[in-house]
Design a protein around this ligand. Structure first.
Ligand SMILES: *Cc1c(COP(=O)(O)O)cnc(C)c1O
Length: 242
């Protein structure tokens, strides 16, 4: 599909334009923002196109799909990429994720922290990876009835962060969240502001935990306004699932 490269190029340019405009409005430097292309549902060949177009961060949300796709990438493509895992994670899958992911953004309970640390230790020992696993804690920004898009309750974040910091092989980099379901733009803005405040409190104890992963195709401008450092954009770049 010769046209797929052109399609991805146009979509990517439009997303970069939106980020630039949002940064202009928020008086922020676009260089502070890392764009993570969420490639779930799309083939490894799309990742190859994206790397050609300068993308260096991709994200996946299902272990089986992600592992197979990363394995399919040519070595010279893989080595240019940082692979983020952003999906809900079961502890029995953690060791496998630790073999191919550079970052796990969706850490939301102690059991996962332990499983990822063990899995990363094993992968390092076997030469399957060479760096610590970078992690962010996923925070549930839903209030009351609409909670449940995954993530730890805000009150549980400090203890979880301490648990990550105490591991041998994991490196705490910050926090991740998805906007709550069923709220309007003001509700999303309020949630992202609470999230930025939570991040500031976390950094008082963990100064390296600087990443604020918030914002997807539909709300990336709001996320930029409220301090996001990482945007996870799927449909805006890849298009809708076919
Ligand atoms: C799918 C997904 C995204 C991307 O969502 P889009 O609306 O397609 O941009 C971001 N974050 C997570 C955790 C996802 O699962």
């Amino acid at each position: 599909m010769a046209d797929r490269g052109a399609e991805l190029q146009a979509n990517l340019a439009a997303v970069h334009e939106r980020i630039a405009t949002a940064c202009g409005d928020a008086v922020r430097d676009p260089a502070e923002i890392t764009l993570v292309a969420i490639t779930k549902f799309f083939p490894a060949s799309d990742i190859v196109h994206l790397v050609d177009l300068g993308v260096r961060h991709v994200g996946e949300n299902k272990d089986q799909e992600a592992g197979a796709k990363v394995a399919e990438l040519p070595a010279e493509v893989r080595e240019l990429l940082t692979v983020h895992f952003v999906g809900q994670l079961q502890s029995n899958k953690a060791a496998h994720v630790a073999r191919y992911a550079d970052v796990v953004q969706s850490v939301d309970r102690t059991k996962i922290v332990k499983a990822l640390d063990r899995g990363t230790g094993t992968a390092l020992g076997e030469g399957g990876r060479h760096t610590p696993l970078e992690v962010t804690i996923q925070v549930d920004l839903g209030e009351g009835a609409d909670a449940g898009r995954g993530g730890a309750a805000p009150a549980d974040v400090p203890a979880l962060a301490d648990a990550v910091a105490a591991t041998e092989h994991l490196r705490l980099r910050g926090v991740m969240a998805v906007a709550p379901l069923g709220v309007d733009e003001d509700g999303t803005a309020a949630a992202f502001q609470r999230f930025a405040d939570l991040s500031a409190r976390l950094r008082a104890d963990h100064p390296d935990a600087t990443w604020i992963s918030a914002g997807m195709s539909g709300d990336l401008e709001t996320a930029v306004t409220h301090g996001a450092t990482h945007l996870r954009v799927g449909t805006g770049i890849l298009g809708t699932r076919r």
